[in-house]
Write a protein that binds this ligand. Structure first.
Ligand code: FAQ
Length: 315
């Protein structure tokens, strides 16, 4: 049961949110706001870091030195995004070790999209174009999220994601204007990545467990379905420019709605993937655990260095 004091604090808190004030780490916040933010920001961080794996798979096989350098820079950027987001989560009073533990035990999720394999070079184009495209659509709106450290991390991340989206689309343009085999590769990648990209926005609003609360607290500024529609409306003309076939026969401009219509997502597939049964779920986590264990000596060295500094200061 809420005490009167808590009810007052909650009313003041909501008023601040309604006034578009940012909430900062030391400000009072309801426990559920804190928990919900820890959940969302940490899952976002995990997504950035696990998201390095599908593209990392192609760094050694990029078709030219230029493509390799660009891809390497992009994958490093994703690691950096993970770090800003882990730091933002830590301001809410949880340690990095707890966050990583939750990822590795399967308690915390990461974006479903990263459980699909990257089979051809065209997949690298499709990821930049569609996956980063969907990520930006969502993150532009999160630049206005109510929690200050998250909003500020988003501003920087969005700048980098725009470059990622452009590099992916440029790969697709080159393939789509290339030989028959290259066009077929581009089409196949579009067909395979389209639906998982739409799933990135999460379940329909009516099925979304957290949306109502997150919208009230302005953690989320637009709903899953609105953002998904925005992404489709901006991406279909880009498919037209590539002169590729639509990956969904139901895509059609609706004069009435002023939006593109599209077919139903396979929600069974979505829920299977987020429960751990996607193509690559086990591989992605095993790889993360292995890399984390191999990095233990770095963490030990850091701890030893910090200890030494503390002892020197105390002396
Ligand atoms: N995958 O009630 P909702 C990127 C879960 S960054 C897995 O609607 P919410 C950069 C959800 O967590 C991509 N799980 O949840 C890059 C919840 O489960 P929980 C990541 C999903 O939070 C590009 C349950 O379903 N971006 O790609 C997914 O209100 C290329 C119920 O759902 C962000 O994380 C999903 N797609 O809305 C990197 C953006 N959808 O936690 C490398 C920030 C839903 O209760 C290469 N996050 N679930 O166990 C958000 O905006 C929100 O968290 C949503 C979900 C929209 C993802």
């Amino acid at each position: 049961m809420k005490t009167d004091d808590n009810a007052d604090l909650e009313a003041i808190f909501q008023q601040r949110i309604d006034n578009e004030e940012k909430i900062e780490p030391k400000d009072w916040m309801p426990d559920d706001y804190r928990r919900n933010l820890i959940r969302q920001i940490s899952q976002h961080a995990h997504s950035e870091v696990i998201g390095m794996q599908p593209e990392g798979n192609w760094i050694t096989r990029a078709p030219s030195l230029r493509r390799k350098a660009v891809l390497l820079a992009k994958v490093q950027d994703e690691g950096g995004h993970g770090l800003y987001l882990y730091s933002a989560t830590e301001t809410l009073g949880i340690s990095r070790a707890e966050l990583i533990g939750a990822l590795q035990s399967g308690k915390a999720k990461y974006a479903s999209i990263f459980n699909y394999p990257t089979l051809t070079w065209a997949d690298i184009g499709a990821i930049g174009w569609l996956v980063d495209g969907a990520a930006i659509c969502n993150q532009i709106s999160l630049q206005r999220t109510s929690y200050g450290p998250y909003a500020r991390a988003m501003v920087r991340i969005c700048k980098e994601e725009s470059f990622h989206q452009r590099q992916g689309y440029e790969i697709m343009v080159v393939l789509a204007q290339g030989s028959d085999e290259q066009r077929a590769m581009a089409q196949d990648a579009l067909n395979r990545w389209w639906w998982p990209s739409l799933m990135m926005f999460g379940p329909h609003d009516a099925e979304s467990a957290h949306s109502a609360r997150s919208m009230q607290w302005k953690i989320k500024r637009e709903t899953n379905d609105d953002l998904r529609q925005k992404f489709i409306d901006q991406t279909v003309p880009q498919i037209d420019y590539l002169k590729l076939e639509y990956p969904d026969p139901k895509i059609q401009w609706s004069e009435d709605r002023g939006h593109y219509d599209f077919g139903e997502i396979d929600w069974e597939e979505f829920y299977a993937v987020i429960k751990g049964d996607g193509h690559c779920n086990r591989e992605r986590l095993q790889h993360h655990i292995k890399a984390h264990e191999e990095g233990e000596w770095v963490r030990q060295a850091l701890r030893a260095y910090n200890e030494k500094k503390r002892a020197q200061k105390a002396a």
